[in-house]
Write a protein that binds this ligand. Structure first.
Ligand code: FAD
Length: 304
């Protein structure tokens, strides 16, 4: 069976990049993925732009996934955002903690402190229809298991090589377990370069009781800069051989080919370990994503 696929897009930052996002949205709608996820700027900075991309996907008959982060916002502000996204027709979320604002003065008093708490908040806002706009929340339940289950699907992040702030793997599995207990139904991983890092993490997670699907997040390194930047963001070591090959590429098109081939090899290796779905970090560049999917036989060679 061929691998199932989903894509990540980020909202355009300016008019120049919005054409690229629109092309990617249209190309992805035509490929009928599991879902397209749309990233969210820290502190709600991209709300308007994220919703515009999500709306275009909804209009195209998709059920897109909205990333949401909670740090840097008061709890009632996060609740209001959740309500805004629900009212726009979003039923899939990727609940994230996000990164703390650097300036301590910008850290609000009542902010949620983990993705697990945001999972609970999304469920609560959806199922209780509380008018949060004016009311700070008194506190969140310890667990929502066995209680009224909301219909929103809530994914969370997982870190095969550890969250940069955590140090050891085990706490990342504990964090994932906490997110599952809070009601998450799927995890998407941070990017990694060695398929065995993913396989080992999943084995550890299963041994500790994580049962939800853990979908590997896969980056397509079409330039040396993208490879290095992605590795930095994820706290990963840059794979030297791939970096050397990208650096030696004769033309940008050759570099794209090298990145696409490396990603095809990575997904094929994952498939050998029974992985049946991948989430592609596309950087709003749909062509390499289409080539990767054609290369692994997930779509016909002429699609896209
Ligand atoms: P959490 O999982 O809540 O916490 C991060 C780490 O803290 C854990 O992995 C663990 O090491 C530790 N921890 C937390 N709770 C526990 C616990 N109960 N027990 C033990 N350890 C614990 N950022 C954005 O700003 N916008 C985006 O759109 C965005 N999209 C992303 C998509 C994906 C797939 C990924 C992997 C990351 C994304 N990020 C995004 C980055 C993310 O916000 C950062 O990685 C942030 O630092 C952590 O968020 P989190 O949801 O993983 O937090």
């Amino acid at each position: 069976m061929s691998v199932r696929y989903s894509f990540e897009l980020f909202p355009p930052r300016d008019a120049a990049s919005s054409g690229r996002v629109e092309s990617a949205v249209d190309a992805f709608i035509a490929l009928d993925p599991e879902f397209v996820s749309v990233t969210f700027g820290a502190g709600g900075s991209s709300t308007h732009h994220s919703l515009a991309v999500l709306q275009r996907l909804l209009d195209g008959g998709q059920s897109p996934m909205a990333h949401l982060t909670c740090v840097g916002l008061e709890v009632h502000e996060t609740a209001r955002l959740v309500r805004q996204f629900l009212d726009a027709g979003i039923t899939k979320f990727l609940a994230l903690r996000g990164d703390e604002p650097r300036d301590p003065a910008q850290r609000p008093r009542t902010t949620l402190s983990s993705a697990a708490e945001l999972v609970q908040l999304i469920e609560r806002v959806e199922s209780e229809r509380v008018p949060y706009a004016e009311t700070p929340l008194p506190g969140l339940r310890a667990s929502s298991i066995g209680e009224r289950r909301a219909s929103a699907e809530i994914a969370v992040a997982a870190f095969p090589n550890g969250h940069p702030g955590s140090g050891i793997h085990r706490s990342d599995v504990d964090a994932l377990l906490a997110k599952q207990s809070a009601g998450a139904t799927m995890a998407i991983t941070q990017l990694f370069f060695d398929p065995y890092d993913y396989v080992r993490f999943v084995e550890l997670a299963r041994a500790k009781g994580v049962t939800i699907p853990i979908v590997p997040g896969v980056v397509i390194p079409t330039t040396l800069r993208r490879l290095v930047r992605s590795a930095e963001l994820a706290g990963e070591r840059v794979p030297r051989v791939l970096a050397d090959r990208l650096e030696a590429a004769a033309t940008p098109a050759d570099a794209v080919r090298i990145g696409v081939d490396a990603t095809i090899a990575q997904i094929s290796a994952l498939e050998e370990h029974d992985v049946d779905a991948v989430h592609l970090y596309t950087f709003n560049d749909h062509r390499p994503a289409v080539d990767v999917l054609a290369g692994v036989g997930a779509i016909p060679a002429h699609a896209g």
